[in-house]
Design a protein around this ligand. Structure first.
Ligand code: AMP
Length: 440
């Protein structure tokens, strides 16, 4: 058996590949990225890209030393030399806030909307739609605490989902308040769980000291049973006046714009720099436990990274999970268009001519050519396999007269086109193809 790709990764393959069930159709993946780009750039977001690896310290501070991501799931990169190691980025927010601070992006008009997409890396236990290299679309807004920014961020995520044609998505919305609200909530949780510490999982015993809110997030069945039994009050009951007003405003905007959502008190973000609005998108087709995406406000993060205070909010969704949801809903993807024209010569002497005409035609549309002489029957078979719309076979007679016999593979009609008119002919075909796509 030839060497295989690492566990928890996928190949992105061309249309028509035989093993697409376990891998990703590259054109479908690109379609999700394109829709996100369209929606986000229409809103004024600018594209940003950051390195795939970062200083470990950035990820520790940005994602939080107590999270599973930092404690158990980091891919560390060593190289020759005595550097302590980089890590492959597990998410995009910390890098974007770092880039904002490092490059003085505060000078740009605020609030600054940024978006990116790309691979993220987490050494997770691999399951369906839980990968070690997965891909996110990521949107971040820096420089505003306005609830309108929060509502717009959620609206944009909803808009991406809507333009993709997904219908089974739920928005679950919560607020985790301000730091002083969380202090009160944590004090409450410590009191509540303190009496039952012996029943908590080891991880949660640890959390009880450091960050009791994260117990609510625990994956342990025992912890979840205890939570249900104790009837824990939600964070929402502990919001202070300011956070409550902010949260009320976010909800009012969403209602006004027709974005449906459910209040979900179980949404927690245990880290200090998270503030106020937090949400997740779920889809029935990919399992209750796997979110399609999530987002939240992180007004304390820039300071955590050693910069001046800059409020921020952002979201990310996993492209693989979006593709899973689309598949569950049976949304079909158009394949990439085949060539407008496939050109082949009948004898070796004209292979070069076919190639030259194809190269010249390419500024007018997708044109392919055969690398060796072929009989007309093989040319049409080959053109079909490539899903070409037209095929032309060049013999010495056509070459001498300066014409091409072009067959429309859809209708079977054949017509003679002077070589000098080939580019105009391709332009017409391109326009027709565009028209058909737009109608679809
Ligand atoms: P998070 O940064 O954990 O909030 O993740 C944001 C989104 O990225 C999730 O809602 C998923 O859609 C996606 N995601 C996170 N981890 C994985 C993973 N291991 N495999 C696939 N998608 C993931």
């Amino acid at each position: 058996m030839p060497l295989q790709r690492p566990k928890g990764t996928q190949d992105h393959l061309p249309d028509g590949s035989p093993k697409l069930s376990r891998d990703i159709q590259a054109s479908a993946f690109a379609h999700v990225q394109d829709v996100a780009r369209r929606v986000l750039e229409r809103s004024g977001a600018s594209f940003i890209a950051t390195p795939l690896f970062e200083e470990a310290e950035l990820v520790k501070r940005g994602v939080g030393g107590s999270t599973d991501i930092v404690r158990k799931e980091m891919f560390t990169v060593y190289y020759f030399g005595d550097h302590g190691g980089y890590v492959l980025r597990p998410e995009g927010t910390a890098s974007i806030v770092r880039a904002y601070l490092q490059n003085g992006l505060k000078q740009l008009p605020a609030p600054l909307k940024l978006w990116t997409h790309g691979p993220m890396f987490r050494a997770e236990n691999v399951q369906k739609l839980r990968l070690r290299q997965f891909h996110q679309v990521d949107y971040e807004v820096l420089g505003s605490t306005d609830p309108l920014v929060d509502a717009e961020a959620i609206w944009l995520m909803w808009e991406v989902v809507r333009e993709l044609g997904l219908t089974g998505v739920r928005v679950k919305l919560g607020s985790i308040g301000d730091p002083e609200d969380r202090e009160r909530y944590n004090a409450y949780l410590r009191g509540l769980f303190g009496a039952h510490a012996d029943r908590l999982s080891d991880d949660s015993k640890d959390r009880l000291e450091r960050n009791p809110m994260r117990i609510l997030d625990s994956k342990s069945a025992g912890d979840q049973a205890l939570l249900a039994e104790l009837g824990v009050k939600p964070m929402l009951d502990f919001l202070g006046e300011d956070a409550r007003a902010h949260f009320g405003a976010v909800q009012a905007y969403l209602r006004e714009w027709g974005v449906p959502f459910d209040l979900d008190p179980s949404i927690v973000r245990g880290l200090d720099y998270y503030r106020r609005t937090a949400w997740e998108l779920h889809h029935e087709g990919i399992g209750a436990k796997s979110a399609l995406g999530g987002g939240g406000r992180y007004d304390g993060l820039a300071e955590q990274l050693g910069g001046a205070a800059v409020p921020g909010i952002g979201w990310a969704f996993g492209i693989e999970r979006v593709l899973g949801a689309l598949e569950a809903e049976g949304v079909a993807f158009a394949q990439v268009d085949g060539p407008l024209l496939y050109l082949a010569a009948m004898d070796e002497a004209n292979v070069g001519l076919a190639a030259r005409l194809a190269l010249a035609g390419r500024s007018h549309g997708r044109v392919e050519f055969a690398y060796r002489a072929m009989k007309p029957g093989s040319v049409f078979r080959e053109a079909d396999r490539r899903r070409a719309r037209h095929a032309a076979v060049i013999g010495s007679d056509e070459a001498a007269r300066g014409v091409l016999n072009i067959k429309n593979l859809g209708t079977g009609e054949t017509r003679e086109v002077p070589v000098a008119d080939l580019n105009a002919f391709l332009d017409d075909l391109s326009q027709q193809a565009r028209g058909t796509r737009e109608q679809a």
